[in-house]
Write a protein that binds this ligand. Structure first.
Ligand code: GLA
Length: 730
């Protein structure tokens, strides 16, 4: 049991392997947050709280004449707007009378065996051997009969605490949720940095680290999806925390739509983190008897830097979030035709490419955008999910048979949520696309977005897709989404409920993905949104891998994959070798370096194999052999960031070490070279100190490699790469 309740003190203490989280219901029933950090013996941490009249800090009526008691200065579990706390709130509701206030007080609790799940939304789950408990704390607003249930999933051995909230209207009138965050964390003192992952199309998840300063700092998305621009994963790090030292807290939202993550430093230097659905464009009507679930946040605390925190997320998301056959089964090495042909292909061309790919050892051939409807450019065809046999010059079955006859698997690209104005579907159902009556919509890549909050729209697309998928054997599906949402108006809901659309859209997307994986359980789903525009933990529940970025430049990928690795496992990172010069940057890099970088992901190729020289083909055969050999180490091993591309300009290095430390693979890419350069060393991690390791005929002590280091060969030029495989001596 990982949840302890001290009745006399009304104190809840949650334990994971190395962290501890504490909550206290005080005499007024206010739910205080007293501690989150390194595990200690159970003691009441509320002794740290110091109350003083701060001036202009209001006092709840039931605090009597105690001017020192104020919700504005107390650390709280789930602070509400209108209760006298003027900091960023977790919950804001509007009543039918038009006022905005809610005051939640403790009602009771329940401890459930196992980890809770959330209807229709992703959630971390416990496996058979995991120790997992759920604490549910009931809070109540007396005046409005609103009940709020705070869910805490305590995954002891995984070192993770999850949070989600269920809000129930037990009154006789509707109420309107204007903000319903998934969590709040109040730290009563400390200097923290706010680490977020920002970016753009073709350059996702760049690391930003800034001191938390007075006021509110936030990242979020109002694009309808989690976005390239800010990721729904943030870190609160003690000033000075590094890869291996210092305290840090990770917050990962399992949600693929609009989100907001805020950090606020208040008047007395307390730090508050609030995370959940973005309140912009959000208003949810809760009728009498109805309930609302927020998405889940997975929190991880590390007392020894980012590395440990990342390992917690890697393990949890690999084993306790991803599902289906390919959670464990080896993912096929793929070739995707996109950068090889773009829209310009025929069935014959693809079959030719596939034959060449098969000869190289590739296991899955993916036909990307352009095979359906009228689709020779991105200006038309989306929404018409029937095979364009004229363009292919054959039926899909004929093409698929040819590919299967080569001993390969076959995969197809879809973009189910979007529609082109030049499509049969649009001509028939223009109102199925998000558009505001009387206004011209904002186009993105010439296309519009289908209203996935409506069941009839989803069902129609599902039927079209299954007609294709039932026709031929398809072992892989790439689910793309190539624009941000605008013109949010749904004919499916009345005027006063338009604020529900974007959340209902995400629920619709999740329902669709679930239906698809139920019907085709053996099909591997890869998520994508113009590369990594929806790279989030919500999508990972349905798709065990996500195309990480449309930027396939190996050198730019060093930063993209570095940033991604803080919150997501390597097994989630779609990464391909593409042609040189690179199509996005024009940079020339050796084939070996492109493979080294793509191997820190799901690995595949995205180029025209007909253009390869014999020498390159030979090299690729070797790369495929290598990847297969290292597959378990890469996909299931522990991943270490040995250098930061933001701090070390000359080279980037990372390492995979097996769980039992019996082997490690160190990859290095040189980024900048200098004349008469000083020797360069890296310190390995995750080895056994007292064991010896063999590498290219030499013998090294594990402790020496970790604390003394390993000297890298002199760089011969920029963009060279090396892979060093260390194996423990038997
Ligand atoms: C997006 C994807 C690409 C490719 C194109 C096709 O940009 O990220 O990989 O599938 O769409 O249009």
């Amino acid at each position: 049991m990982a949840v302890f309740f001290d009745e006399k003190k009304s104190l809840f203490t949650l334990y994971t392997k190395s962290s501890m989280y504490q909550i206290k219901a005080d005499d007024l029933g206010v739910l205080l947050h007293t501690y989150y950090g390194k595990k200690t013996k159970n003691t009441d941490y509320s002794y740290l709280i110091f109350c003083k009249d701060r001036g202009f800090a209001g006092n709840p009526y039931d605090a009597g004449k105690d001017r020192t008691y104020s919700l504005e200065t107390l650390p709280q579990e789930y602070p509400c707007f209108g209760s006298g706390d003027y900091r960023s709130s977790a919950l804001r509701i509007r009543t039918v009378m038009g006022y905005k206030a809610i005051d939640l007080r403790y009602e009771g609790y329940e401890v459930l065996e196992g980890k809770y799940s959330i209807p229709g939304m992703p959630a971390v789950y416990a496996q058979e051997d995991d120790q997992a408990d759920t604490l549910v704390i009931t809070m109540r607003d007396e005046a409005e009969s609103i009940f709020v249930y705070l869910y805490y999933g305590v995954l002891e051995n995984l070192d993770v605490i999850t949070r989600a909230v269920r809000i129930e209207n037990r009154s006789e009138k509707p109420v309107y949720l204007e903000k319903a965050a998934s969590m709040c964390l109040d730290q009563i003192y400390g200097s923290y940095d706010w680490m977020t992952f920002y970016g753009k199309h073709e350059m996702e998840r760049e690391l930003s680290r800034t001191p938390v300063h007075h006021g509110i700092q936030s990242v979020g998305s109002v694009r309808g999806s989690s976005s390239h621009h800010y990721n729904p994963f943030v870190i609160l790090a003690e000033r000075g925390a590094s890869e291996t030292q210092g305290s840090c807290y990770g917050f990962s939202l399992l949600y693929s739509g609009n989100f907001l993550a805020e950090a606020e430093l208040d008047q007395i230097n307390q730090t508050r983190v609030v995370m959940g659905i973005h309140p912009d464009q959000f208003e949810f009507e809760l009728r009498p008897g109805e309930e609302f679930w927020t998405p889940e946040v997975a929190m991880a605390y590390s007392d020894s830097g980012f590395e440990k925190m990342s390992h917690i997320y890697h393990e949890t998301y690999r084993n306790n979030l991803c599902r289906g056959k390919y959670k464990k089964a080896r993912r096929p090495i793929l070739m995707n035709n996109w950068e090889g042909t773009y829209f310009d292909f025929s069935g014959e061309k693809l079959a030719e490419m596939a034959a060449e790919a098969a000869d190289l050892g590739v296991e899955l051939f993916v036909m990307d955008d352009g095979w359906f409807g009228k689709r020779d450019s991105d200006e038309s065809g989306l929404g018409d999910w029937y095979v364009n046999e004229e363009k292919l010059g054959c039926t899909l079955a004929e093409l698929s048979d040819k590919i299967h006859d080569l001993g390969m698997k076959f995969g197809i690209w879809f973009e189910p949520e979007c529609i082109s104005e030049d499509s049969d579907l649009y001509r028939e159902h223009p109102d199925w696309a998000f558009q505001i009556p009387g206004r011209k919509p904002v186009r993105g890549r010439y296309q519009l977005v289908l209203d996935f909050s409506r069941k009839e729209v989803r069902d129609h697309i599902f039927d079209q897709m299954s007609r294709v998928l039932d026709q031929v054997k398809v072992e892989y599906l790439k689910w793309d989404f190539n624009r941000s949402i605008n013109d949010v108006y749904s004919a499916g809901l009345p005027a006063h409920r338009q604020g529900e659309i974007l959340h209902r859209y995400v629920l619709g997307l999740y329902e669709f993905l679930q239906k698809l994986s139920d019907r085709y359980p053996d099909m591997l789903l890869e998520g994508c949104s113009g590369g990594g525009g929806r790279f989030d933990a919500g999508m990972l529940y349905y798709c065990p891998q996500i195309w990480c970025s449309d930027d396939t430049d190996a050198i730019e990928r060093l930063k993209i994959q570095y940033g991604t690795s803080f919150g997501y496992p390597v097994s989630a990172v779609g990464s391909h070798v593409s042609a040189s010069p690179n199509h996005q940057t024009g940079r020339k890099t050796p084939l070996s370096t492109r493979a080294t970088v793509a191997m820190a992901g799901t690995f595949g190729y995205e180029l025209d194999p007909m253009k390869l020289t014999e020498e390159e083909k030979k090299e690729i055969r070797g790369q495929i052999q290598n990847f297969k050999e290292y597959y378990d180490l890469i996909q299931d091993g522990r991943y270490f960031r040995l250098t930061s591309p933001y701090e070390e300009e000359a080279y980037t290095a990372w390492e995979f070490a097996s769980e039992d430390s019996s082997e490690a693979l160190v990859s290095v890419v040189s980024v900048k070279t200098y004349a008469n350069a000083a020797p360069v060393y890296v310190k390995l991690r995750g080895l056994k100190e007292d064991q010896f390791y063999l590498m290219e005929g030499k013998r090294y002590l594990g402790g020496a490699l970790m604390y003394g280091g390993f000297r890298l060969p002199a760089f011969r030029g920029e963009y060279e790469s090396w892979n060093f495989h260390f194996v423990m001596e038997k």
